[in-house]
Design a protein around this ligand. Structure first.
Ligand code: HEC
Length: 167
């Protein structure tokens, strides 16, 4: 009857020998991406395709006040009534992990870009019938331009590399 106990004890001893961890290699956890400076944001803005390169980021931030009750934008931010929007540009519609989308959005089958977002924000209901974003839309085209540019700057969008690198 004592044999299993001995086995367990031996196993335990064996495992204990592996417990030594090289604490010297423990690098400090990489901080979340530092907030871009105003100058960096201006460079990102200027690199956007027209008409977004002439957008007013302050107005975009103000327009996003209408989205904040339902959406966070920070990297790793929580889903609320709507999904977190970090990395939204280039993301497949309805694909944020752990968010319970409607079938309409899950099966939309496109990738978010400025043009899709412009149509979505103009009238979410008619752009994709059956979705559950109960938002009447941003009627003003300038507000849409500005909020899209602001989202590009704030949600980690990386512009495609230029075709011919500058020497
Ligand atoms: C009342 C809450 C609410 C407001 C306000 C709101 N949204 Fe949403 N949003 C949602 C919900 C809910 C969904 C998910 C819809 C679904 O699954 O059908 C969503 C989905 C989205 C998506 C698609 C995300 C994905 O992962 O495919 C985008 C983009 C978006 N919203 C942007 C915005 C922007 C920008 C604004 C402000 C101009 C805004 N939303 C305002 C609730 C809201």
């Amino acid at each position: 009857m004592t044999r299993p106990l001995i086995l367990v004890t031996l196993l335990g001893l064996g495992l204990a020998g592996c417990g030594q961890s090289g604490s010297s290699e423990a690098a400090p956890a990489a901080p979340a991406r530092p907030e871009a400076t105003a100058a960096e944001k201006a460079i990102l803005l200027a690199a956007l395709p027209s008409p977004y390169n002439t957008a007013d980021l302050d107005n975009g931030r103000r327009a996003f006040a209408r989205c904040r009750s339902c959406h966070t934008i920070a990297e790793g931010g929580p889903n609320m009534t709507g999904p977190n929007l970090w990395g939204i540009f280039g993301r497949t519609a309805g694909s944020h992990a752990d968010y319970n989308y409607t079938t309409a959005l899950k099966t939309a089958g496109f990738t978010w870009d400025a043009d899709r977002l412009d149509h979505w924000l103009q009238n979410p209901r008619s752009f994709l019938p059956g979705n559950k974003m109960t938002f009447p839309g941003l009627a003003d085209a300038t507000d849409r331009r500005d909020v899209i540019a602001w989202l590009k700057v704030e949600t980690g969008y990386v512009p495609a590399a230029p075709a011919t690198p500058v020497p």
